[in-house]
Ligand binder design. Structure first.
Ligand code: C2E
Ligand code: MG
Ligand code: MG
Ligand code: MG
Length: 280
């Protein structure tokens, strides 16, 4: 491309950049009001035992149905909420709501709630978790918090301390999207995780026959086994992928093959059905 053309390109892109910034600003304004306008709800995706297929619990996944923008993906609005410092109130709402909804389900199914690194920077987070449990009556061992490796990147030991205090409440921790973050494994010996969640990208690549992905999944399962942790394979979409991760020894599976994230009423009905069939 010639120099002349280069100058023209910059000009051509300026209005587009401006439009993007403007869209972001409007989205952020809408996000600020989303909770009070009742535009948020939680979808629950089943997590099942890899061997038996038994329902073990659900992952709570936040959904935003904006009056202005329609359905906005969490992949888009969660980072925005983090940057706009809105993740603490939104995250607290998710915790409160997921605990209240799960407390109404029979049996002992678990609910897993995603937690952003920012939420763990605030020592009040422990109080937020404790009151979500107290308000709902959900027993602590039924609540699981999902954190990613980046938690240990940003603030080093600050987050570790907060996680220690959360563990003291009797809540479980899982390590989400494992393998996509940063490579130091030291935190695995410092923080007591129940489960390592293997990111969907590894499952996908392994099922395409990529040998490196296979090697990584096997290594993670071996590591988790030796640390006394379970493993969940994320994003299992086909029967072949299910059989593959079963073969690797993953303990739990989650993905569209079993179920998409469900509205709360459907999640509850699923729990009730399993519960009734067991009671019968
Ligand atoms: P995540 O925690 O890794 O959640 C799993 C994501 O994979 C979800 O996307 C889920 O719908 C999707 N998924 C599950 N099974 C399959 C499958 O078989 N195939 C494919 N293609 N996708 C599958 P979702 O709901 O769009 O959420 C995206 C991310 O947004 C989550 O990734 C999590 O990092 C974040 N997120 C969602 N809700 C919350 C929340 O309440 N708080 C925070 N901090 N983050 C959240
Ligand atoms: Mg998650
Ligand atoms: Mg995940
Ligand atoms: Mg993931």
């Amino acid at each position: 491309r010639s120099k002349d053309a280069g100058g023209g390109v910059v000009h051509a892109y300026e209005p587009q950049l401006h439009a993007q910034a403007e869209e972001r600003r409007l989205l952020e304004m809408a996000l600020r009001q989303a909770l009070e306008k009742g535009e948020m709800h939680i979808a629950y995706q089943p997590v099942v035992d890899a061997e038996t297929g038994n329902l073990g619990g659900f992952e709570a996944l936040l959904r935003w149905q904006s009056t202005e923008f329609g359905a906005v993906s969490p992949v888009k609005f969660i980072p925005l909420a983090e940057e706009a410092r809105l993740i603490a109130p939104i995250g607290a709402w998710v915790l409160r709501t997921a605990c209240l909804e799960a407390a109404r389900w029979p049996g002992h199914v678990r609910v897993a709630v995603n937690v952003s690194p920012d939420q763990l920077q605030n020592p009040h987070f422990v109080t937020t978790v404790a009151s979500a449990l107290a308000n709902s009556g959900l027993s602590p061992e039924r609540l699981e918090l999902e954190v990613t490796e980046s938690v240990f990147m940003h603030e080093g030991l600050g987050a570790t301390k907060v996680l220690e205090r959360v563990l003291d409440l009797g809540v479980r921790l899982s390590l989400d999207d494992f393998g996509t973050g940063y490579s130091s494994l030291g935190y695995l010996s410092r923080t007591r995780f129940s489960t390592i969640k293997i990111d969907r990208s590894f499952v996908q690549n392994a099922s395409r026959g990529e040998r490196e992905a296979v090697a990584i999944i096997r290594a993670v399962v071996a590591l988790a086994d030796s640390l006394g942790m379970a493993t969940t394979a994320e994003g299992v979409e086909t029967e072949a992928e299910h059989r593959m991760v079963q073969g690797f020894g993953c303990t739990k599976v989650q993905g569209y093959y079993f179920s998409r994230p469900l509205p709360v009423a459907e999640a509850r009905a699923l729990v009730q059905k399993r519960y009734d069939s067991r009671a019968a």
